[in-house]
Design a protein. Structure first.
Length: 280
């Protein structure tokens, strides 16, 4: 470290002298968020948005004031799952989040676009900046738990979120295939590098229960849940459930059963709050 300039903003090294608070961005003046949980994975198509939605539904059912920040700027799906069609609006540097029918606060790129199917054709730095602005420029009101639906991978947006937002922890989503397991480990290792606790793993599409005979089928191969639990954290299994998929498609995800995520959510309830993070 003889060549250290002590300017962490120009250095990619994860050395002991790095101040983990140096990149954290402040909330909008007047906003209040107690706890922030990111839902992440190393690849797309594993169901992060579904898991984010279900965790948010469970958190609200437990009496929490809940918000969802959709950081998947180019592939936002959170508003659709909750049946939200209204547009966010702002004035003088302040953006006001939209609300679901149950009062959950939400911010997504699709709440800013004129049409839901308008593409966001931006380069990575602009996309990452937009995700962070959803934290700094939105007037989040008395939020107990905020869930961030992360885009796949370990690139610009995940790095910006990890550095700029004081995460209380992350929940990692995977599916049973060996290939997915290998890629998901990248997200877990990224969290470790950034000193963010992994609160749990959710194995989505873990199995399918035949509606005729009641037999359980592991369509994507044998479950890795027990193996992953030994190596990383609490693991929940979510089945392939056409009923849940239908509720999401119809904008009624708030009606879905979330009991399968009970143990993971228990870890979220015990996760540190932003104040605890900033004091360390």
């Amino acid at each position: 470290m003889a060549d250290c300039t002590h300017d962490c903003s120009t250095c990619s090294s994860n050395c002991g002298s790095r101040d983990k608070q140096s990149f954290v961005k402040p909330l909008h003046e007047g906003a209040s968020v107690k706890k922030v949980i990111a839902v992440a994975s190393g690849k797309g198509g594993v169901g992060k948005s579904l898991v984010t939605s279900l965790l948010a539904v469970r958190a609200q059912a437990r009496g929490n004031r809940v918000a969802v920040l959709d950081a998947d700027i180019t592939g936002p799906s959170i508003p659709k799952a909750f049946g939200v069609s209204q547009r966010a609006y702002g004035e003088e540097g302040t953006i006001y989040p939209v609300r679901t029918k149950s009062g959950m606060q939400m911010m997504s790129m699709n709440t800013l676009l004129e049409h839901d199917d308008d593409p966001v054709v931006w380069r990575g730095t602009l996309i990452a900046g937009a995700a962070v602005q959803f934290w700094t420029d939105v007037l989040w009101e008395d939020v107990d738990i905020m869930f961030i639906d992360m885009p796949p991978g370990t690139g610009d947006v995940p790095l910006s979120v990890f550095q700029s937002i004081p995460l209380s922890g992350i929940v990692v989503v995977t599916t049973p295939q060996d290939l997915v397991e290998m890629i998901v480990k990248k997200a877990v290792n990224m969290a470790k590098m950034m000193n963010v606790p992994v609160l749990g793993l959710v194995e989505n599409m873990s199995y399918f229960v035949c509606p005729d005979c009641g037999k359980k089928h592991e369509i994507f191969g044998a479950s890795k849940a027990e193996e992953l639990a030994k190596a990383y954290a609490i693991v929940a299994k979510l089945p392939i459930d056409p009923a849940v998929a239908r509720l999401a498609d119809e904008g009624r995800i708030a009606e879905a059963d979330t009991d399968a995520l009970a143990e993971v959510f228990l870890q979220i309830e015990h996760a540190r709050e932003i104040g605890d993070y900033l004091e360390k």
